[in-house]
Write a new protein. Structure first.
Length: 496
């Protein structure tokens, strides 16, 4: 299933990219006396009469080099070249409408449609004169090529194109090639590229698209020198990222609504639990200072918290087989954070701390999603994403709703003593299951074959989009005891 941030029925401010009409206008409706071929020929002639210069305009816009980027206040927005050669800034899709719940997923699924055809032509219609793909996916797709600029494990520039991917399993046809100049698309893994020498020293050929790829937030990598290279300014056309406003959003997954939720004895599940919260963690010191937040929950909120892995004193015996040395290695490799340990959460713990290592926009990882693998516990989220927009209500606790770690700890303790409220929340959570988003290169192949693949756009300043104001500092680390500033208990929280 495609996970996209666009909202159906919305358009940009430019009239060239409106949603296609549902049926042809009245003046071109089919006559019962016309044959199919005559009807199709008439539609094409009428379209050519209304838009006589469409071919010349689109050919000029593709053949000539892109115009100099205009002076913009929001440089992080990509520039889009419309059919008549004019440029405009793509409006952020998150500002187009309020979020609305859907029954299938909570990350919206729809298409951003082109509107340069005002006729709903038959599926056998010829390709559009500007070279873009037809309205329907053809039975035989053209195999389009891509190359990757990924550094080697040791950082040698000489092997940046040697990593191979199994694109044969993707629904859309793509081929990975080694010759960068011959590829239709070139993917740069920005998070791993720290040396300017790794970036190939060649200009982007006409018609080639460059894609910035990243799976980690920018605050985890302070060196973004590649984005400052003069020869790369205005050269990137697409972004492939965990960000919802990327051209190709690639997230860890989404939540699928179960047709038949599991039937369980939730009262029995509640009775057998004995500890308020657990946390599986392998990286202790992170940008979000999650270790300090958890410590304050214990010290100032009195939270009964068991920490597993390299940052705590507990181990998951499912990885150890009675061997203490194996346990130690498993801790260092985050071995406690895997499938074998999840049943422990169902048996013993009311809550699981799904704390992200970075407080960055839209960044949500497996820490949250793995709890939706039929695990009978409630996740507690702390991150930089708008969790309430992304995920169904009453399935998680959001640390952003509390003034301090102590207030959150007080709420968790009270909720763990409220059988009715806790079991209702757990029953609601178990209506959903985690589904992975698929391979990133399959998402790329899907985008390559989309109707918008040949649209001319570029980012004048990729650093502004990728780095600027995308992560926040941990400003919620107030070390007060409950009640010293604001005490948020269960009854107060339920009224908000």
């Amino acid at each position: 299933m495609q996970v996209s941030y666009f909202t159906a029925g919305k358009t940009t401010q430019d009239a060239d990219f409106q949603i296609l009409p549902q049926r042809p206008p009245a003046e071109v409706q089919r006559s019962t006396n016309q044959t199919y071929e005559e009807d199709k020929a008439l539609l094409l002639r009428q379209r050519q009469q209304r838009q006589p210069s469409l071919r010349s305009r689109s050919e000029d816009s593709v053949s000539r080099p892109p115009p100099s980027p205009p002076q913009l206040d929001l440089l992080h927005q990509p520039i889009i070249l419309s059919n008549d050669g004019r440029s405009h800034v793509r409006e952020s899709p998150q500002s187009l409408s309020e979020s609305r719940w859907e029954s299938s997923a909570f990350l919206k699924t729809s298409e951003f449609a082109d509107g340069d055809l005002d006729l709903d032509l038959d599926v056998d219609a010829e390709p559009k004169s500007n070279g873009k793909s037809v309205l329907r996916k053809p039975e035989t797709e053209k195999v389009r090529t891509f190359a990757t600029v990924f550094p080697c494990d040791k950082g040698e520039p000489s092997c940046y194109v040697q990593k191979r991917y199994s694109v044969d399993t993707c629904p859309h046809k793509c081929k990975q090639v080694s010759n960068l100049t011959e590829a239709d698309f070139v993917v740069f893994y920005v998070f791993k590229i720290t040396s300017n020498d790794i970036v190939p020293d060649f200009r982007r050929p006409p018609g080639q698209r460059w894609v910035m790829f990243d799976t980690e937030p920018p605050c985890r990598k302070r060196n973004h020198s590649m984005l400052d290279l003069p020869r790369l300014k205005g050269q990137f056309n697409w972004t492939l990222s965990y960000r919802l406003d990327a051209d190709i959003p690639w997230l860890y997954g989404y939540l699928r609504v179960l047709k038949d939720p599991p039937r369980k004895d939730y009262d029995a599940i509640f009775r057998r639990k004995s500890v308020t919260a657990a946390w599986f963690v392998g990286h202790c010191a992170t940008g979000s200072r999650r270790d300090v937040y958890a410590k304050y929950m214990q010290e100032y909120g009195g939270l009964d918290l068991h920490i597993y892995g390299a940052c705590g004193n507990y181990t998951c015996q499912g990885d150890c087989n009675g061997n203490s040395s194996v346990c130690k290695k498993a801790q260092l490799k985050r071995g406690s954070d895997n499938e074998k340990c999840l049943p422990l959460l169902s048996e013993k713990y009311f809550f699981y701390l799904a704390f992200e290592n970075s407080l960055c926009k839209d960044y949500v990882t497996e820490k949250f999603f793995k709890i939706f693998k039929n695990v009978d516990t409630i996740p507690v989220l702390r991150g930089g994403a708008d969790h309430k927009r992304l995920f169904p209500p009453n399935t998680f606790v959001d640390a952003a709703d509390f003034a301090s770690p102590a207030d959150l700890a007080v709420y968790l303790k009270e909720l763990s003593r409220n059988r009715w409220r806790y079991t209702e929340m757990l029953r609601e959570k178990n209506k959903y299951r985690f589904e992975p988003s698929g391979k990133w290169f399959c998402k790329l192949c899907e985008k390559i074959h989309s109707d918008t693949a040949d649209r001319v756009q570029w980012y004048p300043d990729l650093r502004s989009w990728y780095v600027k104001d995308q992560c926040r500092k941990p400003d919620d680390l107030m070390a007060q005891s409950p009640g010293s500033q604001s005490e948020v208990g269960l009854s107060t929280y339920l009224r908000t």
